[in-house]
Design a binder for this molecule. Structure first.
Ligand SMILES: Nc1ncnc2c1ncn2[C@@H]1O[C@H](COP(=O)(O)OP(=O)(O)OP(=O)(O)O)[C@@H](O)[C@H]1O
Ligand SMILES: [Mg+2]
Length: 503
């Protein structure tokens, strides 16, 4: 059952039971208001309603508007004293989290409600003072869930499809509804209306950008930054990773109902390990681009704090933020550095790691974790327990084909030249053992030379000179590279097509 309809049933039952106080915890007052009108009609009950702007009116049933000059509590108390079985909803209740004069006035009104078999309903998003809360029950009205968002988008689409171009089909509606989690009904409506009026319709290509506002909406937390993902990323190699992503994408975006029918759960994330400079950070961005999701980089190391309890608080704040901006890709770069604090006797480190792993396992929000590690040997074993990562991928030095693609790509992008096959062959030979970043670096050095000395200085000799200056990591740190490779080949799945015959 959806969140709206289950909360509605819950509140209806409380009203029927004549509970003196019902607190509706929500930041969507209009939605709660609509729900109460419907309940009033279904129960054929009069519901009095107060907000600062409307003063006292009726949500259901008929009655005069009464101006109470901004202070409804004496009016409510008076009504409860005069009549029995009154239902009064206070929509604009101020802060009642503490013991104040205002809170006591409300408590007095509640005593009257008890005596007259009446019900006071408070709509608030803030905490409620315990002495008030003990009079009744709390019903939480969360933001629309996936089913409700789908329903809302579908009805929006049918309302506008004769006037505007609507490219979205059923599966696009599911993706859009998934992306729009964490938004209120009004916000969703605003986003869709803005989309239609600014773009002239609902287009498939625009779906990933629907949530551009999201990180602004939730403010910022110091340990997490949104990373821009270029739209025109060209990857060489990484075929296996790309194939895996294609297969998992529909599962990640599937509804809970659909997943539970097959006893599946959404993929949680991957660990990327491998030789430095071979595309771990690059792959994190590529995943965000392929799935059209926002990418957030989590600097997990910076949550550690020397003050008691502060690290846990910061971690909780960060995890709450992530839950709010979901669905998203959460990227933790060089996870071993952050987590190695948990080795040995460091208790805070262990607790923080525990808190993070627990969240990783239990969180139901659609967050896909991409963790990268250079030194997998430093990683705590519990990180690899089954179910934590959906897959562990390994990136290796590019083979001849992949180097060819990368050289072609970077020389076109940075030097605006298209090398012929013969020159490319030579550069592929010269770059044996280079990582992607070494190829990129060498070509950018040539670009700098051309920038300073002019286009005429660009020739094959410039390439040969620069390429021969590179001391690839395979030569400078052979033991490190072979250790990483050995681990990767035994414990991980290759991110590239697995035909490394030459190595
Ligand atoms: N498959 C690829 N295709 C094209 N370019 C790539 C690819 N992989 C990496 N690159 C480029 O190579 C450079 C290094 O990649 P990246 O930063 O992802 O490596 P890394 O594995 O994260 O390295 P480090 O261990 O140093 O963090 C980047 O500028 C990236 O654009
Ligand atoms: Mg990196």
């Amino acid at each position: 059952m959806s969140n709206y309809s289950s909360t509605k049933t819950e509140i209806k039952n409380y009203i029927r039971a004549r509970i003196p106080l019902i607190i509706i915890e929500t930041s969507e007052r209009e939605r709660a208001e609509r729900m109460l009108s419907a309940i009033g009609n279904e129960l054929s009950a009069d519901i009095y309603y107060y907000t600062d702007t409307t003063q006292v009116t009726r949500l259901s049933g008929a009655g005069e508007r009464v101006d109470v000059s901004g202070d409804p509590v004496p009016y409510i108390s008076g009504l409860f004293a005069k009549k029995r079985n009154v239902i009064f909803c206070y929509g604009d209740v101020g802060k009642i989290g503490e013991d104040t004069v205002y809170s006591r006035e409300i408590i007095n009104a509640l005593y009257s409600a008890v005596r007259s078999n009446s019900t006071l309903i408070l709509i608030t998003k803030d905490p409620v003072f315990s002495k008030i809360a003990q009079f009744g029950m709390i019903a939480k009205l969360d933001y629309p869930d996936l089913g409700e968002r789908m329903e809302q988008i579908n009805s929006f689409v049918s309302q506008f499809k004769s006037l505007y171009t609507v490219e979205w089909d059923d599966s696009d509606v599911v993706v859009a509804a998934t992306l729009l989690s964490g938004f209120s009904e009004i916000q969703i409506n605003n986003i869709l209306s803005n989309e239609i009026s600014s773009k002239g319709g609902l287009y498939k290509a625009e779906i990933p950008r629907l949530t551009a506002q999201k990180s602004k909406l939730y403010g910022t937390v110091p340990n997490i930054q949104q990373v821009n993902v270029p739209n025109d990323m060209t990857a060489s190699g990484l075929e296996n990773l790309k194939q895996w992503l294609k297969e998992k994408e529909p599962v990640f975006f599937a509804t809970d109902d659909k997943l539970s029918r097959y006893s599946l759960s959404a993929p949680k994330g991957i660990l990327l390990s491998g030789v430095p400079g071979c595309g771990k950070s690059f792959s994190a961005k590529l995943i965000a681009k392929e799935w059209g999701l926002p990418l957030f980089r989590f600097d997990i190391g910076s949550v550690y704090d020397k003050w008691m309890g502060e690290s846990e608080r910061k971690m909780k704040e960060a995890l709450d933020f992530i839950d709010n901006v979901a669905p998203c890709i959460l990227w933790i770069d060089e996870i071993e550095k952050a987590l190695s604090v948990s080795h040995g006797e460091n208790d805070t480190g262990k607790r923080i790691l525990g808190q993070f792993l627990f969240w990783l396992q239990e969180s139901t929000s659609r967050v896909f974790l991409v963790a990268t590690a250079n030194d997998v040997f430093q990683l705590p074993a519990e990180l690899f327990r089954k179910g934590r990562f959906s897959e562990v991928f390994f990136v290796d030095l590019p083979n001849a084909d992949e180097r060819r693609q990368a050289i072609k790509l970077y020389s076109e992008r940075c030097l605006h030249v298209s090398l012929n096959a013969e020159d490319l062959d030579e550069l592929v030979r010269l770059s044996d053992g280079f990582s992607y970043s070494e190829i990129e670096y060498a070509i950018k050095e040539i670009a700098q030379l051309v920038f300073v000395n002019g286009e005429d200085s660009l020739n094959m000799q410039a390439f040969r000179d620069r390429f021969s200056l590179v001391v690839p990591i395979e030569k400078s740190r052979p033991e490190t590279v072979s250790k990483i490779r050995e681990w990767g080949r035994q414990r991980a799945v290759p991110a590239y097509k697995d035909d490394r015959g030459e190595k």
